[in-house]
Design a protein around this ligand. Structure first.
Ligand code: OSB
Ligand code: MG
Length: 384
């Protein structure tokens, strides 16, 4: 009988991070992506690499150049990583990737900055064990269902054309962005053309409770859900609105932790939750939201933030967990980028499915020469 827990093998021994490298990467998007909060033509993000024991782990930060979706930006993430999170991580005995999120909890907010560091440690851990990320997360191999997010288009014709193309490509669910003045008639036109398409809308907080009656007009289109219609940090008004709609509300921006999910469900603010790892502080936060929802029979799906292949693959692994019962926003790399940073890029089959990688970590090779070419800033920190 063993009285003391002890590591069973080298792969399970605690490690100390030795070095953290952050780069800022710029990738042109093939087409600008427009939502109710703004327009993105170039994807600019931080790429974080952590090094320990001769192994490296990599993750992509979902912060943007501006604070228009959520408060963080690339520059706030860089500051908080450099001055707070990375020093905390250097001090930590990493006995498992699960210890990272609690160790960073003293920093309030800054979920995207926390997430990128935490995800890089998970990725390192997976590579060190020679296992795909999904295995560490408790997921499964095989395939996932792919859905797609269509940005605001210049007019109804352009929108119908986009939706038509995505349906033809095999996507299993289509989400379209809406905002006041660009909502009910557009949805009516899509529904008339595609009567049985699993369809949903995302408002990115463009409405208020005063629009409740107007939003209820969407009830007649059998939408799978309406995502984040009200305030980015609200759950109270969403609970009121949910009682006035037959369509399910899905929360995105408002859920930034497992506790947020619990509170939202407790008051009936939504019937579905969008999980973005970067928005909930990392994989531990994503698992917490997942478990909370699953325990109550509430479906979740995996959102996206126009990620390069590095973040896109992290999303693929996450959504192999059993609570992800709805197609998410993970679509093919080629919808966004001429040249992705991973090989092979993320592809979607004619049947609308994405293969779950079996290789270590994110499971596809990172194309470092391309990363190098796209890097316009770099900083390295060493453990003191
Ligand atoms: O609200 O889900 C969102 C992109 C950037 C910021 C917020 C959102 C989105 C998307 C795109 O909808 C999803 C994707 O294809 O990555
Ligand atoms: Mg959204």
């Amino acid at each position: 009988m063993r009285l003391e827990a002890r590591p069973r093998g080298a792969a399970e021994a605690a490690l100390k991070l030795e070095r953290v490298e952050v780069r800022r990467v710029s990738l042109p998007l093939r087409f600008p992506f427009e939502t109710s909060v703004g327009r993105t033509a170039t994807k600019r993000f931080l790429l974080v690499s952590v090094f320990a024991d001769g192994v490296a782990g990599h993750a992509e930060c979902v912060a943007d150049v501006d604070p228009f979706y959520l408060p963080e930006t690339n520059d706030t993430a860089l500051h908080v990583l450099r001055d707070f999170l990375v020093p905390m991580a250097f001090a930590l005995d990493v006995a498992s990737p699960r210890v990272v999120a609690p160790a960073l909890a003293r920093v309030r907010g800054h979920e995207m900055a926390k997430a990128v560091l935490e995800m890089a440690v998970w990725e390192l851990w997976a590579r060190r064990e020679g296992a795909p990320l999904w295995r560490l997360l408790g997921g499964r191999g095989g395939e996932i269902d792919a859905g797609v997010s269509v940005g605001l288009q210049k007019d109804e014709g352009a929108l119908l054309e986009r939706v038509e193309a995505e349906v033809a490509a095999g996507y299993r669910r289509v989400k379209v962005k809406i905002k006041p003045g660009r909502d009910v008639p557009l949805v009516a036109a899509i529904r008339a053309r595609f009567p049985r398409l699993p369809l949903m809308v995302d408002a990115n907080s463009a409405y208020t409770l005063a629009d409740a009656q107007h939003l209820a007009e969407l009830d007649r289109f059998a939408l799978a859900m309406i995502e984040q219609p009200l305030g980015w940090d609200d759950i109270v008004d969403h609970a009121v609105l949910q009682r006035r709609l037959s369509t399910a509300i899905c929360l995105d921006e408002s859920v930034r932790s497992g506790e947020d999910a619990r509170r939202a469900l407790d008051i009936g603010a939504c019937r579905v939750v969008n999980i973005k790892v970067g928005r909930v502080g990392g994989f531990a936060g994503a698992l917490a939201v997942h478990d909370t929802c699953r325990g109550r029979g509430v479906p979740v799906w995996c959102g996206g933030m126009l990620e390069s292949g590095i973040g896109r693959l992290a999303n693929v692994h996450l959504q192999t967990l059993p609570g992800f019962t709805l197609p998410g926003d993970t679509s093919a790399s080629s919808r966004y980028f001429e040249e992705d940073l991973v090989d092979p890029p993320v592809t979607v089959s004619r049947e609308g499915r994405i293969a779950v990688p079996e290789g270590p970590g994110i499971g596809h090779e990172i194309l470092w020469p391309r990363v190098e070419k796209a890097t316009d800033f770099r900083e390295t920190w060493k453990r003191p």
